[in-house]
Design a protein. Structure first.
Length: 158
């Protein structure tokens, strides 16, 4: 029997670990205790850090959450596949990207149902990230962050 709660908590743990490595947490300074006006920028940095982490977790877990939701509904494999396709393919603007996300979702579903190995699912994750970088033509900070994420994912999938 599929232990969905266990798998879901493991994926959230992994996502949290990755976000901690990817997004740098602001460090408090001794000056904050001496000069209280230095505290305001630190508080703003902490808010930004929290929002970045929340956004990352939401984006990273997007496909997995779709699969979890469908599995919790108790659909059979074919209906889950159809529902995933409907939820992922929003428009034709980035059709190739949606195709990659759909394939990743199906691979994730197959992993959760123990039809493929975790390594294969992780490879699909990395491939989707590479395609995202290529299709969206990321630049500057977005490209730098995506490449850092790719490196972290590659290290964690070994």
């Amino acid at each position: 029997m599929l232990n969905l709660k266990s798998i879901e908590s493991q994926e959230w743990e992994r996502a949290n670990e990755i976000s901690k490595e990817l997004i740098e947490k602001p460090k408090p300074s001794i000056l904050m205790f001496i000069f209280p006006f230095v505290l305001m920028p630190f508080i703003q940095e902490m808010r930004a850090y929290k929002l970045k982490r929340e956004l990352f977790l939401k984006e990273y877990m997007y496909i997995k959450n779709i699969v979890f939701e469908e599995l919790k509904n108790g659909w059979d494999y074919i209906n889950i596949e159809k529902n995933i396709r409907i939820k992922i393919s929003k428009n034709n603007v980035h059709e190739e990207l949606y195709k990659c996300q759909y394939e990743e979702a199906i691979c994730t579903l197959q992993f959760f149902l123990e039809r493929v190995k975790e390594k294969e699912m992780r490879k699909k994750e990395i491939f989707t990230l590479e395609k995202t970088i290529e299709i969206l033509n990321l630049k500057d900070e977005a490209l730098e962050l995506s490449l850092k994420l790719k490196k972290i994912l590659e290290l964690k999938s070994k």
